[in-house]
Design a protein around this ligand. Structure first.
Ligand code: ZN
Length: 343
């Protein structure tokens, strides 16, 4: 089958589109004929290599897969060949206390497709049968591929972790990013007032269209000052952080008293120096978030099927142009998800 692989960690030049053997499934697995696979920042970190994490090499990236079931192992679970599916990106044991209580991503055996195992930058990918989520034809393959990771993450952050309540103000970073564009829509469905940030004028209109009430161009004004202005100096009840070093301290400064900061990513760097006095005096909560549980993903998919939130596709590239696609994400040019079209 055709796949984009890398044999060693490094830059974009390590990616090559080539022929590799099709994955072999065991009785508990299914083979998906990949139609589309979305890009995530995780793909970049995985390609570059991360200290302390062993990635099997050669490696196929990609955790956001949409396609048709090509074959299922013996435990079919009622899903047959040809079923349209997206793959839940996280794999866990299903038995431990974390899995049993809906905290799949805390499972000791938790793995992400395309990260610790081969993923969807390929014509076929294998996943455990329980990771198959049947979907309707409401959206195109590229649109479905744009959904799992970012809608799961945004749901977990806003609904499960921050416990967003109607009427609260949420500051969401980077409307153009996958998580940002999903989070804005989910926050609006739950009745929040949304402030978001963008880095260019064309992204301002995009953010408004997603439903944001206020859009701050972070290149022209300080988002923290602006957030305080927009909230009569109170600050936002919730800040959704996923950029890290560049924004984290000003994100904290944007919070209201008793505000909650949820964080899931460090695209601008992982280290910050915190003045704890402000944290305890203002009684802030900093809440770490990593992926989410299968039940949360099902809830998010339901919102998508009902049309209350929508997949946001920025651009579509063939597998052969994966390097260009990843470069676009590195350049922060995207408005929504960048997707590889596979067949
Ligand atoms: Zn488990």
């Amino acid at each position: 089958m055709k796949a984009v692989i890398f044999k060693e960690h490094g830059g974009l030049e390590k990616l090559s589109c080539t022929e590799v053997p099709e994955p072999k499934i065991d009785p508990s697995e299914a083979l998906i004929r990949v139609r589309a696979c979305a890009l995530n920042h995780l793909d970049i970190w995985t390609r570059q290599g991360m200290a302390g994490i062993t990635i099997p090499l050669p490696h196929i990236l990609g955790c956001d897969v949409a396609g048709e079931v090509e074959a299922v192992g013996s435990k079919t679970d009622g899903i047959s060949k040809g079923t349209h599916v997206v793959a839940a990106p996280g794999i866990s044991c299903g038995r431990c206390q974390w899995c049993q209580s809906g905290w799949d991503s805390l499972c000791d055996e938790y793995k992400i497709i395309g990260f610790q195992m081969d993923g969807g930058y390929a014509e076929y990918v294998k996943v455990p049968i329980q990771n198959l989520i049947p979907v309707t034809e409401k959206y195109t393959w590229e649109e479905w591929a744009a959904c799992p990771l970012v809608f799961l993450t945004a749901w977990h952050m806003l609904i499960t972790r921050a416990q967003l309540k109607k009427g609260e103000t949420v500051l969401i970073h980077a409307a153009g990013s996958g998580v940002g564009s999903a989070a804005i829509q989910i926050a609006k469905v739950f009745g929040a007032r949304v402030i978001t940030t963008v880095g260019s004028e064309e992204k301002e209109a995009f953010a408004k269209k997603l439903g944001a009430d206020h859009v701050i161009n972070y290149r022209r004004s300080d988002f923290s000052k602006k957030t305080r202005e927009l909230t009569e100096e109170k600050g936002a009840d919730i800040v959704l952080e996923h950029t890290g070093a560049e924004t984290f301290l000003r994100s904290l400064a944007s919070l209201s008293k008793k505000g909650r900061l949820v964080t899931c990513g460090v695209t601008s760097g992982p280290a910050v120096q915190l003045d704890l006095r402000f944290l305890f005096v203002r009684q802030h909560a900093i809440i770490g978030c990593y992926m989410g549980g299968r039940a949360e993903l099902n809830e998010a998919i339901k919102l998508l099927e009902d049309g209350r939130v929508k997949p946001i596709v920025d651009s579509i590239f063939p597998l052969e142009e994966t390097r260009t696609a990843q470069q676009r994400m590195l350049d922060r040019k995207n408005m929504g998800k960048i997707v590889l079209k596979v067949a």
